[in-house]
Design a protein around this ligand. Structure first.
Ligand code: ADP
Ligand code: MG
Length: 222
């Protein structure tokens, strides 16, 4: 679950202040696929980086599975990002010289999971997102865009995150593949008991979401 209260992020330059995220509050239960909609400059990326603890709020609280992020020290935040958050990007961001399997193993290696255990889990996850064994040993450039995003999704799931943050996850995909990837994310939110939030411009993606958060000038409008 994710509980956000009065979340605010101000950027100051000189005597000018931008409220990039302005007193936002919302609650998302576990198992939900949610979308964040909004025009360019409305605060979507800022909100995502606060939720992923990549940036610190000026004010407000973020609670993930009853853990209060805003109170964590930097060392705790590093662990939080590694163990509790999965990130998915528009451009997949896979390591180009590692195979699909190795890419999925990497976050588990950072988290200290033993080699045999992480290989086993990576094979299972890749299988669950539809990357068959014959493709698991390929490097990203030998996979299609949709397949690369599947690998990135498996990687995001590797450490059993409480929260998955996706920034325009279908932005580089054709509409048919996008629909398949969104269906996959929806189903995984439920089956993996995680919460998935996707920033999107795509109204079709938003239609699939159980909860839609619409931002305007840093405020929640819906
Ligand atoms: N590091 C920063 N310094 C100053 N202003 C910023 C910074 N990041 C974002 N902003 C401002 O905050 C607002 C929201 O930006 P952003 O979260 O990137 O919006 P979106 O992702 O919806 O396009 C914009 O007005 C932007 O110019
Ligand atoms: Mg943005």
């Amino acid at each position: 679950m994710l509980k956000v209260e009065n979340l605010t992020k101000q950027f100051k330059s000189g005597d000018y202040t931008v409220d990039a995220v302005d007193k936002i509050s919302f609650y998302l239960p576990t198992g939900v696929f949610a979308a964040i909609l909004g025009k360019s400059g409305s605060g979507k990326s800022t909100l995502l980086s606060l939720l992923g603890a990549l940036d610190k709020p000026t004010e407000g609280n973020i609670q993930v599975n009853l853990q209060e992020i805003s109170k964590m020290k930097d060392s705790q935040l590093i662990k939080y990002r590694r163990d509790k958050i999965g990130f998915i990007f528009q451009s997949y961001n896979l390591i180009p010289n590692l195979t699909a399997l190795e890419n999925v193993c990497l976050p588990m290696e950072f988290a200290g999971v033993k080699k045999i255990a992480r290989m086993k889990r990576a094979v299972e996850l890749l299988d669950q997102v539809g990357i068959t064994l014959d493709k698991q040993d390929r490097i990203p450039s030998r996979l299609s865009g949709g397949e690369q995003q599947r690998v990135a999704i498996a990687r995001a799931l590797a450490n059993k995150p409480a929260l998955i943050l996706a920034d325009e996850p279908t932005g580089n995909l054709d509409s048919k593949t996008a629909k398949i990837i969104i269906d996959l994310l929806k189903n995984l939110a439920k089956s993996k008991k995680t919460t998935i939030i996707a920033v999107t411009h795509d109204k079709e993606v938003a239609k699939q979401a159980k909860i839609v958060l619409e931002l305007k000038d840093g405020k929640l409008v819906k």
